[in-house]
Design a protein around this ligand. Structure first.
Ligand code: UD1
Length: 367
């Protein structure tokens, strides 16, 4: 009997573990699926707890590469992923989202003429110097199959003249959230542990370079936080913590009344906190959607979003504008629930089927 085709997923950062979760089972049914963890995120609460809670198989390789400048990090990953690919010789490499791990995985594979599949292809903020935008564009242009979560992302790829296989798969984040909804609702007890009461607190997260790498923006953020009208849960991302300490702002922040500075939360606790919050304030791409899926108002602390469709559904782009934020929080913003789905199929199913079809064609041509 012929061995199943081999597919390697390269992941490294927290949002990628989430995107991989709904796919992992499908992929291991159909292929010899191996997970390569670059090591970009390594703390237990940024990585280990996600593998455990989302029941992801242990990574086949963990490359242990994290930190450093973008160039140094990506370069080290590129060399190490290439080594793995030369050894493993997969039939396809899957990459997820827009981080340095995505770029390194895609580039290493493309240079070895191994086809690349990109999950969450076609997302654009049109902010050309944003690190994630650079990664997304480069990865889309070296990929052979592009799995788009939304109709707008399909359009973006076509507008860039990409002629490779573009598949509207729907959104794997939505798929995971839908499957996890009962557990999220049941996990209400987490609120007690977090010290907040249903609909009487805000959930705040920031991690983007544009927000936290600027001392000026961090000062503006602290000013905003000090005037928020509700107790606020703030799980602090390692990048934000590092910058707050570097700019000597940590003490000032920690003295704000009714602000709970906590460690990053697990998938389930994050979504429970979002589900029961009065509103979510975030610069995250994933969380702005997840909160809307859960019916919680969202104030996105950026000037733009890749998830254009969310603007019609109650996503409020507020940047770091204190007056706007405080005004919106007074009149609880409305939310329309949103669904990205292709007919009644699961995105993970569409993706795995499409990969199987692609590899069948390719491998039969090669043999
Ligand atoms: C990365 C992604 C970003 C994604 C985010 C999700 C890039 C360019 N950016 O940003 O797109 O939205 O992940 O979280 O890839 N650190 C720890 N412990 C950890 C993880 C990170 O201490 O578990 C430290 C790192 O050493 C580094 C800093 O936090 O000093 C930032 O981490 P890094 O991986 O460079 O990027 P993120 O800001 O997490």
């Amino acid at each position: 009997m012929k061995a199943k085709p081999k597919v390697i997923s390269v992941v490294g950062a927290r949002p990628q573990f989430i995107k991989l979760a709904p796919l992992a089972k499908e992929l291991s049914h159909r292929f010899r699926h191996r997970i390569v963890h670059t090591g970009q995120h390594f703390d237990n609460n940024m990585s280990g707890v996600f593998f455990k809670q989302l029941r992801l198989p242990r990574p086949y390789f963990n490359l242990g590469i994290s930190g450093g400048t973008h160039g140094a990090m990506t370069g080290r990953m590129l060399a190490r992923v290439e080594k793995v690919l030369l050894r493993e010789r997969p039939d396809l490499v899957l990459v997820y989202g827009d981080t340095n791990s995505t770029l390194a995985g895609a580039l290493a594979a493309a240079k070895l003429a191994i086809p690349v599949g990109h999950i969450e292809a076609g997302m654009r903020s049109f902010v050309t110097d944003m690190p994630e935008e650079i990664n997304r564009k480069l990865v889309d242009h070296v990929s052979e199959i592009l799995f788009c979560p939304t109709p707008v992302s399909v359009k973006n790829l076509k507008a860039e003249g990409i002629k490779k296989r573009i598949v509207y798969s729907g959104d794997v984040i939505y798929e995971l959230l839908k499957a996890s909804r009962p557990a999220i609702t049941d996990n209400r007890k987490a609120l007690k542990k977090l010290g907040v009461r249903e609909r009487e607190y805000l959930l705040l997260t920031v991690h983007r370079a544009a927000t936290v790498d600027s001392e000026k923006n961090l000062r503006v953020l602290i000013d905003i936080i000090s005037e928020l009208p509700w107790p606020t849960l703030f799980p602090v991302h390692p990048r934000a913590r590092k910058r707050l300490k570097q700019f000597k702002l940590w003490r000032e922040l920690s003295q704000i009344d009714r602000l709970f500075l906590i460690e990053p939360l697990s998938y389930l606790d994050t979504l429970t906190a979002a589900r029961y919050a009065y509103a979510v304030l975030t610069d995250s791409g994933g969380l702005q959607k997840e909160a809307l899926f859960l019916g919680t108002p969202v104030l996105t602390l950026r000037e733009e979003t890749e998830w254009i469709e969310t603007l019609k559904l109650g996503n409020n782009l507020v940047g770091l504008d204190k007056a706007k934020i405080l005004k919106l929080l007074q009149v609880k913003p409305s939310v329309k629930s949103m669904v990205y789905r292709v007919k009644n199929k699961k995105p993970s199913h569409i993706i795995a089927e499409e990969i199987a079809r692609f590899l069948k064609r390719r491998l039969s041509r090669g043999s």
